[in-house]
Design a protein around this ligand. Structure first.
Ligand SMILES: Nc1ncnc2c1ncn2[C@@H]1O[C@H](COP(=O)(O)OP(=O)(O)O)[C@@H](O)[C@H]1O
Ligand SMILES: [Mg+2]
Length: 331
Protein backbone atom coordinates (compact mmCIF):
# COMPACT_ATOMS: atom_id res chain seq x y z
CA UNK A 1 0.00 0.00 0.00
CA UNK A 2 1.14 3.53 -0.79
CA UNK A 3 2.36 5.44 2.30
CA UNK A 4 0.86 8.84 3.14
CA UNK A 5 4.18 10.47 2.32
CA UNK A 6 4.32 8.79 -1.11
CA UNK A 7 0.76 9.73 -1.97
CA UNK A 8 1.38 13.31 -0.85
CA UNK A 9 4.52 13.45 -2.98
CA UNK A 10 2.75 12.13 -6.07
CA UNK A 11 -0.17 14.53 -5.48
CA UNK A 12 2.33 17.39 -5.31
CA UNK A 13 4.09 16.22 -8.47
CA UNK A 14 0.72 16.00 -10.20
CA UNK A 15 -0.14 19.52 -8.97
CA UNK A 16 3.19 20.86 -10.26
CA UNK A 17 2.75 19.06 -13.59
CA UNK A 18 -0.75 20.49 -13.97
CA UNK A 19 0.58 23.92 -13.03
CA UNK A 20 3.36 23.69 -15.62
CA UNK A 21 0.80 22.59 -18.24
CA UNK A 22 -1.28 25.65 -17.41
CA UNK A 23 1.74 27.89 -17.92
CA UNK A 24 3.59 26.50 -20.96
CA UNK A 25 5.11 29.94 -21.58
CA UNK A 26 7.24 29.57 -18.47
CA UNK A 27 8.66 26.31 -19.81
CA UNK A 28 9.56 27.89 -23.10
CA UNK A 29 11.48 30.54 -21.14
CA UNK A 30 13.42 27.82 -19.33
CA UNK A 31 11.48 28.21 -16.07
CA UNK A 32 10.49 25.06 -14.21
CA UNK A 33 8.04 25.85 -11.43
CA UNK A 34 8.66 24.11 -8.11
CA UNK A 35 6.14 25.41 -5.62
CA UNK A 36 4.02 28.33 -4.48
CA UNK A 37 5.93 30.54 -2.04
CA UNK A 38 3.61 33.45 -1.58
CA UNK A 39 0.20 34.91 -2.20
CA UNK A 40 -0.51 38.56 -2.46
CA UNK A 41 -3.81 40.31 -2.88
CA UNK A 42 -3.62 39.97 -6.67
CA UNK A 43 -0.79 37.58 -7.30
CA UNK A 44 0.75 34.17 -6.90
CA UNK A 45 4.49 33.95 -6.37
CA UNK A 46 6.26 30.72 -7.36
CA UNK A 47 9.71 29.38 -6.75
CA UNK A 48 11.12 28.17 -10.07
CA UNK A 49 14.35 26.83 -11.47
CA UNK A 50 15.71 29.09 -14.17
CA UNK A 51 17.56 26.79 -16.56
CA UNK A 52 19.23 29.69 -18.36
CA UNK A 53 20.47 31.49 -15.24
CA UNK A 54 21.12 28.13 -13.57
CA UNK A 55 19.58 29.20 -10.29
CA UNK A 56 16.32 29.53 -8.42
CA UNK A 57 14.15 32.54 -9.19
CA UNK A 58 10.82 33.86 -7.93
CA UNK A 59 8.05 34.31 -10.51
CA UNK A 60 5.21 36.66 -9.63
CA UNK A 61 2.12 35.85 -11.68
CA UNK A 62 -0.97 37.98 -12.11
CA UNK A 63 -3.99 36.67 -14.00
CA UNK A 64 -5.53 39.10 -16.46
CA UNK A 65 -8.89 37.43 -15.83
CA UNK A 66 -8.98 38.24 -12.13
CA UNK A 67 -6.97 41.47 -12.06
CA UNK A 68 -9.06 44.62 -12.09
CA UNK A 69 -8.81 47.32 -14.72
CA UNK A 70 -6.86 49.71 -12.46
CA UNK A 71 -4.22 47.05 -11.82
CA UNK A 72 -3.77 46.30 -15.52
CA UNK A 73 -3.66 49.82 -16.88
CA UNK A 74 -2.09 51.66 -13.95
CA UNK A 75 -0.30 49.64 -11.28
CA UNK A 76 1.39 46.83 -13.28
CA UNK A 77 2.93 49.23 -15.83
CA UNK A 78 4.11 51.47 -12.95
CA UNK A 79 5.66 48.55 -11.08
CA UNK A 80 7.55 47.49 -14.20
CA UNK A 81 8.64 51.01 -14.98
CA UNK A 82 10.07 51.35 -11.48
CA UNK A 83 11.65 47.93 -10.85
CA UNK A 84 13.44 47.94 -14.17
CA UNK A 85 15.61 50.86 -13.09
CA UNK A 86 16.29 49.89 -9.48
CA UNK A 87 19.64 48.27 -8.69
CA UNK A 88 20.46 48.14 -5.00
CA UNK A 89 21.78 45.47 -2.62
CA UNK A 90 18.63 45.77 -0.50
CA UNK A 91 16.07 45.74 -3.29
CA UNK A 92 15.09 42.49 -4.96
CA UNK A 93 16.74 42.20 -8.35
CA UNK A 94 14.37 42.18 -11.31
CA UNK A 95 15.31 39.80 -14.16
CA UNK A 96 12.58 39.50 -16.72
CA UNK A 97 9.00 40.26 -17.63
CA UNK A 98 6.76 38.02 -19.71
CA UNK A 99 3.24 38.84 -20.87
CA UNK A 100 0.80 36.41 -22.49
CA UNK A 101 -2.84 36.84 -23.43
CA UNK A 102 -3.88 35.59 -20.00
CA UNK A 103 -1.00 36.28 -17.62
CA UNK A 104 1.66 38.74 -16.47
CA UNK A 105 4.84 37.13 -15.15
CA UNK A 106 7.65 38.97 -13.37
CA UNK A 107 10.86 36.98 -12.90
CA UNK A 108 13.08 38.12 -10.05
CA UNK A 109 15.77 37.10 -7.59
CA UNK A 110 14.56 34.46 -5.13
CA UNK A 111 14.82 35.20 -1.39
CA UNK A 112 15.37 31.86 0.31
CA UNK A 113 14.53 32.84 3.89
CA UNK A 114 11.00 34.16 3.31
CA UNK A 115 9.46 37.34 4.63
CA UNK A 116 10.39 39.46 7.63
CA UNK A 117 6.86 38.86 8.92
CA UNK A 118 7.41 35.09 8.91
CA UNK A 119 10.64 35.57 10.87
CA UNK A 120 9.01 37.86 13.45
CA UNK A 121 6.10 35.42 13.87
CA UNK A 122 8.57 32.61 14.45
CA UNK A 123 10.71 34.56 16.93
CA UNK A 124 7.83 36.63 18.42
CA UNK A 125 10.08 39.72 18.19
CA UNK A 126 13.68 40.46 17.24
CA UNK A 127 16.55 41.64 19.43
CA UNK A 128 17.49 45.32 19.16
CA UNK A 129 20.81 44.28 17.69
CA UNK A 130 19.23 42.26 14.89
CA UNK A 131 16.60 44.98 14.36
CA UNK A 132 19.38 47.52 13.92
CA UNK A 133 21.00 45.49 11.14
CA UNK A 134 17.74 44.95 9.25
CA UNK A 135 16.52 48.51 9.79
CA UNK A 136 19.74 50.01 8.48
CA UNK A 137 19.41 47.87 5.35
CA UNK A 138 15.79 48.94 4.91
CA UNK A 139 16.68 52.61 5.44
CA UNK A 140 19.46 52.23 2.85
CA UNK A 141 16.96 50.89 0.31
CA UNK A 142 14.46 53.61 1.16
CA UNK A 143 16.98 56.42 0.79
CA UNK A 144 18.01 55.04 -2.61
CA UNK A 145 14.39 54.76 -3.80
CA UNK A 146 13.48 58.25 -2.57
CA UNK A 147 16.58 59.82 -4.10
CA UNK A 148 15.43 58.49 -7.44
CA UNK A 149 12.15 60.35 -7.01
CA UNK A 150 10.13 57.21 -6.30
CA UNK A 151 7.85 56.30 -3.39
CA UNK A 152 7.16 52.64 -2.55
CA UNK A 153 3.77 53.19 -0.85
CA UNK A 154 3.40 49.66 0.52
CA UNK A 155 6.24 49.17 2.99
CA UNK A 156 5.34 46.43 5.47
CA UNK A 157 6.83 43.25 6.90
CA UNK A 158 5.19 41.08 4.18
CA UNK A 159 6.95 43.14 1.51
CA UNK A 160 10.40 42.59 2.96
CA UNK A 161 12.22 39.32 2.33
CA UNK A 162 15.52 37.80 3.44
CA UNK A 163 17.94 35.96 1.22
CA UNK A 164 20.14 32.97 2.04
CA UNK A 165 22.80 35.20 3.62
CA UNK A 166 20.20 36.94 5.80
CA UNK A 167 20.31 40.12 3.76
CA UNK A 168 17.15 42.18 3.63
CA UNK A 169 15.50 42.89 0.27
CA UNK A 170 12.56 45.20 -0.35
CA UNK A 171 9.94 43.71 -2.74
CA UNK A 172 6.56 44.55 -4.22
CA UNK A 173 6.66 47.88 -6.01
CA UNK A 174 3.05 47.31 -7.12
CA UNK A 175 1.91 50.61 -5.56
CA UNK A 176 5.06 52.58 -6.28
CA UNK A 177 4.80 55.99 -7.90
CA UNK A 178 7.10 58.67 -9.16
CA UNK A 179 6.87 61.79 -7.07
CA UNK A 180 8.20 63.81 -10.03
CA UNK A 181 10.49 65.89 -7.89
CA UNK A 182 13.84 64.22 -7.25
CA UNK A 183 15.03 66.57 -4.48
CA UNK A 184 18.32 68.36 -4.11
CA UNK A 185 21.69 66.69 -4.56
CA UNK A 186 22.01 65.45 -1.01
CA UNK A 187 18.46 64.08 -1.21
CA UNK A 188 17.52 65.92 1.98
CA UNK A 189 14.66 67.99 0.72
CA UNK A 190 11.90 67.60 -1.82
CA UNK A 191 11.60 71.14 -3.19
CA UNK A 192 8.17 70.96 -4.79
CA UNK A 193 6.05 68.33 -3.09
CA UNK A 194 4.00 65.95 -5.15
CA UNK A 195 0.68 65.03 -3.59
CA UNK A 196 -1.10 61.75 -4.12
CA UNK A 197 -4.75 60.98 -3.51
CA UNK A 198 -4.84 57.17 -3.88
CA UNK A 199 -4.96 55.24 -0.61
CA UNK A 200 -2.27 52.55 -0.86
CA UNK A 201 -0.91 50.01 1.56
CA UNK A 202 -2.18 48.57 4.83
CA UNK A 203 -3.98 50.47 7.56
CA UNK A 204 -1.57 49.44 10.33
CA UNK A 205 1.32 51.00 8.38
CA UNK A 206 -0.55 54.15 7.30
CA UNK A 207 0.48 57.58 8.52
CA UNK A 208 -2.13 59.96 9.95
CA UNK A 209 -2.11 62.16 6.84
CA UNK A 210 -2.79 59.09 4.70
CA UNK A 211 -5.59 57.96 7.03
CA UNK A 212 -7.11 61.43 6.88
CA UNK A 213 -7.83 60.85 3.18
CA UNK A 214 -6.51 64.24 2.17
CA UNK A 215 -3.88 64.60 -0.59
CA UNK A 216 -0.60 63.41 0.92
CA UNK A 217 3.12 63.34 0.12
CA UNK A 218 3.97 59.67 -0.53
CA UNK A 219 7.63 59.67 0.61
CA UNK A 220 7.02 60.78 4.22
CA UNK A 221 4.32 58.07 4.36
CA UNK A 222 7.04 55.53 3.44
CA UNK A 223 9.12 56.79 6.37
CA UNK A 224 6.16 56.34 8.74
CA UNK A 225 5.59 52.78 7.42
CA UNK A 226 9.31 52.07 7.91
CA UNK A 227 8.87 53.20 11.53
CA UNK A 228 6.00 50.72 11.90
CA UNK A 229 8.28 47.95 10.56
CA UNK A 230 10.89 49.02 13.15
CA UNK A 231 8.35 48.86 15.97
CA UNK A 232 7.00 45.46 14.84
CA UNK A 233 10.56 44.07 14.75
CA UNK A 234 11.26 45.32 18.30
CA UNK A 235 7.95 44.44 19.95
CA UNK A 236 6.21 41.90 17.70
CA UNK A 237 3.06 44.02 17.41
CA UNK A 238 1.98 47.18 15.57
CA UNK A 239 2.58 50.50 17.35
CA UNK A 240 -0.92 51.90 17.44
CA UNK A 241 -3.74 49.47 16.87
CA UNK A 242 -4.74 46.50 14.76
CA UNK A 243 -8.13 48.08 14.24
CA UNK A 244 -9.57 48.34 10.75
CA UNK A 245 -11.44 51.43 11.87
CA UNK A 246 -9.71 54.59 10.71
CA UNK A 247 -11.14 56.77 13.49
CA UNK A 248 -9.93 54.31 16.13
CA UNK A 249 -6.50 54.19 14.52
CA UNK A 250 -6.22 57.98 14.37
CA UNK A 251 -7.22 58.15 18.03
CA UNK A 252 -4.43 55.75 19.01
CA UNK A 253 -1.93 57.69 16.90
CA UNK A 254 -2.93 60.96 18.55
CA UNK A 255 -2.03 59.47 21.97
CA UNK A 256 1.57 59.11 20.76
CA UNK A 257 4.19 56.39 20.91
CA UNK A 258 3.95 53.85 23.70
CA UNK A 259 6.61 51.26 24.57
CA UNK A 260 4.86 48.02 25.59
CA UNK A 261 5.31 47.18 29.26
CA UNK A 262 8.12 44.82 30.09
CA UNK A 263 10.15 45.80 27.02
CA UNK A 264 13.41 47.66 27.25
CA UNK A 265 15.01 49.37 24.29
CA UNK A 266 17.84 51.87 24.04
CA UNK A 267 17.14 55.59 24.36
CA UNK A 268 18.55 56.01 20.82
CA UNK A 269 15.98 53.82 19.12
CA UNK A 270 13.15 55.25 21.19
CA UNK A 271 14.23 58.75 20.14
CA UNK A 272 14.31 57.64 16.51
CA UNK A 273 10.73 56.36 16.71
CA UNK A 274 9.70 59.64 18.33
CA UNK A 275 11.12 61.45 15.28
CA UNK A 276 9.23 59.19 12.88
CA UNK A 277 5.81 59.00 14.52
CA UNK A 278 5.16 62.74 14.33
CA UNK A 279 3.14 64.96 11.96
CA UNK A 280 4.52 65.03 8.44
CA UNK A 281 6.23 68.43 8.74
CA UNK A 282 8.38 67.29 11.67
CA UNK A 283 9.12 63.75 10.46
CA UNK A 284 12.64 62.69 9.53
CA UNK A 285 13.17 61.94 5.87
CA UNK A 286 14.90 58.82 4.54
CA UNK A 287 18.32 60.47 4.36
CA UNK A 288 18.01 61.73 7.95
CA UNK A 289 17.08 58.25 9.16
CA UNK A 290 20.51 57.10 8.06
CA UNK A 291 22.19 59.80 10.14
CA UNK A 292 20.43 59.36 13.50
CA UNK A 293 22.54 58.23 16.45
CA UNK A 294 21.04 54.73 16.60
CA UNK A 295 21.87 54.16 12.94
CA UNK A 296 25.42 55.36 13.45
CA UNK A 297 25.83 52.25 15.58
CA UNK A 298 24.79 50.20 12.54
CA UNK A 299 27.53 51.83 10.49
CA UNK A 300 30.05 50.77 13.11
CA UNK A 301 28.49 47.33 13.21
CA UNK A 302 28.75 46.79 9.47
CA UNK A 303 32.47 46.56 10.07
CA UNK A 304 31.67 43.41 11.97
CA UNK A 305 28.96 42.22 9.57
CA UNK A 306 30.97 39.16 8.80
CA UNK A 307 30.94 38.40 12.50
CA UNK A 308 27.16 38.82 12.49
CA UNK A 309 26.86 36.41 9.63
CA UNK A 310 29.04 33.94 11.43
CA UNK A 311 26.90 34.34 14.53
CA UNK A 312 29.44 35.89 16.87
CA UNK A 313 27.92 39.32 17.41
CA UNK A 314 25.01 40.14 19.77
CA UNK A 315 25.87 38.07 22.82
CA UNK A 316 27.89 35.68 20.79
CA UNK A 317 25.15 34.45 18.50
CA UNK A 318 22.55 35.99 16.23
CA UNK A 319 18.88 35.26 16.83
CA UNK A 320 18.55 33.78 13.35
CA UNK A 321 21.27 31.28 14.08
CA UNK A 322 19.71 30.59 17.45
CA UNK A 323 16.34 29.73 15.86
CA UNK A 324 18.04 27.50 13.34
CA UNK A 325 19.91 25.73 16.13
CA UNK A 326 16.70 25.37 18.13
CA UNK A 327 14.98 23.89 15.09
CA UNK A 328 17.87 21.53 14.58
CA UNK A 329 17.68 20.43 18.20
CA UNK A 330 13.99 19.61 17.81
CA UNK A 331 14.56 17.11 15.02
N1 LIG B 1 11.54 37.41 -4.62
C1 LIG B 1 10.85 36.73 -3.69
N2 LIG B 1 11.45 35.75 -2.98
C2 LIG B 1 10.74 35.07 -2.04
N3 LIG B 1 9.45 35.28 -1.76
C3 LIG B 1 8.79 36.25 -2.43
C4 LIG B 1 9.46 37.02 -3.44
N4 LIG B 1 8.57 37.88 -3.96
C5 LIG B 1 7.41 37.68 -3.32
N5 LIG B 1 7.51 36.70 -2.41
C6 LIG B 1 6.44 36.17 -1.54
O1 LIG B 1 5.19 36.37 -2.19
C7 LIG B 1 4.35 37.27 -1.44
C8 LIG B 1 3.55 38.15 -2.40
O2 LIG B 1 4.45 38.87 -3.25
P1 LIG B 1 4.22 40.42 -3.54
O3 LIG B 1 5.18 40.86 -4.58
O4 LIG B 1 4.23 41.17 -2.26
O5 LIG B 1 2.74 40.38 -4.18
P2 LIG B 1 1.48 41.36 -3.98
O6 LIG B 1 1.75 42.54 -4.82
O7 LIG B 1 0.32 40.59 -4.50
O8 LIG B 1 1.40 41.68 -2.51
C9 LIG B 1 5.31 38.02 -0.52
O9 LIG B 1 4.68 38.50 0.65
C10 LIG B 1 6.34 36.94 -0.21
O10 LIG B 1 5.81 36.03 0.75
MG1 LIG C 1 2.91 42.37 -1.25
Amino acid sequence: MESTEESLRSALQEENRRFSDLHPTLKTHGLIVEKIIGRGAYSWVMKAIDKNRKKYVAVKMISKRTANENLIVKFIPRELDVIRELRHPHIIRFYDYIETTLWFYTVMQYAEEGTLLQLIKKQKKLSECQTLIYFSQLADALEYVHKRGIAHRDIKCENIVLDASDTLKLIDFGFACRVRSTGNKSGDKVPSPYFSTTFCGSLAYASPELLSLTPYEPQPCDVWATGVVLYVMLFGRPPFSNSKNVTVLLEFISKGLCIPEGNKVSADVEQLMRQIFVPVGKRLNAAQLRRCSWMQRATRKTRSTENMKNGVACNGITDRKRVKLDDANKT
